[in-house]
Design a protein around this ligand. Structure first.
Ligand SMILES: *Cc1c(COP(=O)(O)O)cnc(C)c1O
Length: 451
């Protein structure tokens, strides 16, 4: 069989998500209350999340049913295609087979709607009227705006101010889908006002915007908060990606030696890789590699520790790999994946040696993205291009070693809204950036004490 696109029908959309918490050797360390430093219970989280999501957050049940209403919405873009990258293989002259799972066919152009629609659904079920969230470049904000519109919820998005000013088109998309978009830091919240007092020209950061959205949700009865990555329930919803990919590879008669995903907070990597790690837990040999930028290297250079999810220190403490919640990536970094931490589940698997991590500099990332666009046609999101880089490196290594190898990577989104970053690359304006150790030490000095 020599298909280029391996397609499933809507009938083949998986009916359950895979919960890797069921297959961990040792349980996750629990989130801690930011004040008391005691493990948080469901009641602590109830002001922020609907109970159904809190239950998923702590569940250790292996398979969790996907509601029929969600399957109906998933039909708008799922199943997503799995491609065999024959033209890229030829260009690399590699004996490796390269497959990629493409999530750019969703309405928002990335994997993020896979969880956004689920979060909107459970909130709607529990009578919530409005969701508040943060967004960096706008991928998550646009996914949640769409999801809220589909379920008749209001949506307020705190958007990192520098992106609000420099990347107007995703802001437009959120507004088309009916969301209110506020540049962050804003005068709307205490957290925002405190930052503005210190620095009226603050460009904002993801951590600050999270503080604002959490405060907004916690202070209103009709509003809850929604997060696009990092949390267990988000990673759970994204496993639809890997579950489909397994069926598609089976149709192609293949199984990956290595599964590769870009890593920001961990959701697309986990979504693709975790269903394969279920096989690994059962004794099968398969590698999983999370790829991050050298400018924001939480797994490869961060510490395993309890840390806040946001800058102001309002969220529960999560045990993760972190660069410190006050970490702000350098301004010259154009490739996204700027979050200071890694999802607790990803961090746990990394600490246990179940998965690998790799950091790549941004010029090599854009070089790979352009090579991919010039062979396969699709324009990768800069975030996704981290996985493209690592996949190409694996394929080149296979060539050097003269070994066959099957590579699966996640193409988590398209780059149609990211052409300014491509312009900068093509104009030779991007620089590689290795974080100096002092910068990491300085950020880590602000880690909270967990005991
Ligand atoms: C948000 C985003 C990422 C990074 O987030 P994760 O939670 O690590 O998946 C990667 N790729 C695309 C296209 C994104 O929009």
């Amino acid at each position: 069989m020599s298909e280029t696109k391996i397609l499933l029908s809507e009938r083949d959309i998986p009916r359950q998500w895979y919960n890797i918490a069921a297959d961990l050797d040792t349980p996750l360390k629990p989130p801690l209350h930011p004040g008391t430093k005691q493990p948080v219970g469901p009641d602590d989280l109830a002001p922020l999340f609907p109970m159904a999501l809190i239950e998923q957050e702590v569940s250790t049940q292996r398979w969790i049913d996907i509601p029929e209403e969600i399957i109906d919405i998933y039909r708008l873009w799922r199943p997503t295609p799995l491609y065999r990258a024959r033209r890229l293989e030829q260009a690399l002259d590699t004996p490796a087979k390269i497959y990629y799972k493409y999530e750019g066919v969703s309405p928002a152009g990335s994997h993020k709607p896979n969880t956004a629609v689920v979060q909107a659904y459970y909130n709607k079920q529990e009578g919530v009227k409005r969701l508040a969230t943060e967004t960096g470049a706008g991928q998550w904000g646009s996914a949640l705006s769409l999801a809220c519109k589909l379920f008749g919820l209001e949506c307020t998005v705190y958007m990192v101010k520098i992106s609000y000013q420099q990347k107007p088109y995703r802001r437009s998309l959120m507004q088309v889908w009916g969301a209110e978009v506020i540049p962050s830091p804003s005068p709307r919240t205490q957290a925002g006002r405190a930052i503005l007092e210190q620095d009226p020209d603050s460009p904002g950061s993801l951590g600050i915007a999270i503080s604002e959205a959490v405060e907004d949700a916690a202070s209103r009865d009709d509003t809850k908060y929604s997060l696009g990555s990092v949390l267990n329930h988000v990673l759970l919803h994204q496993t639809i990606i890997g579950l489909e990919a397994k069926k598609q590879l089976e149709l192609a008669g293949d199984y990956p030696d290595v599964v590769i995903g870009a890593h920001g907070g961990g959701s697309n990597f986990a979504g693709l890789a975790f269903p394969f790690l279920a096989d690994k837990a059962a004794g099968k040999e398969v590698r999983a590699v999370a790829v991050e930028p050298t400018a924001s290297p939480s797994l490869t250079r961060g510490h395993a520790a309890y840390d806040f999810g946001d800058t102001a220190g309002m969220t529960p403490l999560l045990y993760m790999y972190t660069l410190g919640h006050q970490f702000v990536p350098p301004g010259i970094h154009a490739g996204g994946l700027r979050y200071h931490g890694a999802a607790p589940l990803v961090a746990h698997l990394y600490e246990q040696g179940v998965i690998e991590a790799k950091a790549v500099p941004q010029r090599a990332v854009f070089e790979a993205a352009v090579q991919f666009a010039r062979t396969e046609g699709l324009l990768p999101a800069p975030e996704s291009a981290h996985a493209v880089r690592a996949a190409i490196d694996e394929a080149l290594l296979a060539k050097e070693e003269g070994k066959e190898r099957t590579i699966l990577f996640g193409l988590s989104g398209h780059g149609h809204f990211d052409l300014a970053a491509y312009d900068a690359y093509l104009a030779g304006e991007l620089e590689d950036f290795e974080l100096p150790q002092e910068a990491i030490d300085a950020a880590l000095a602000h880690l909270p004490k967990a005991d």
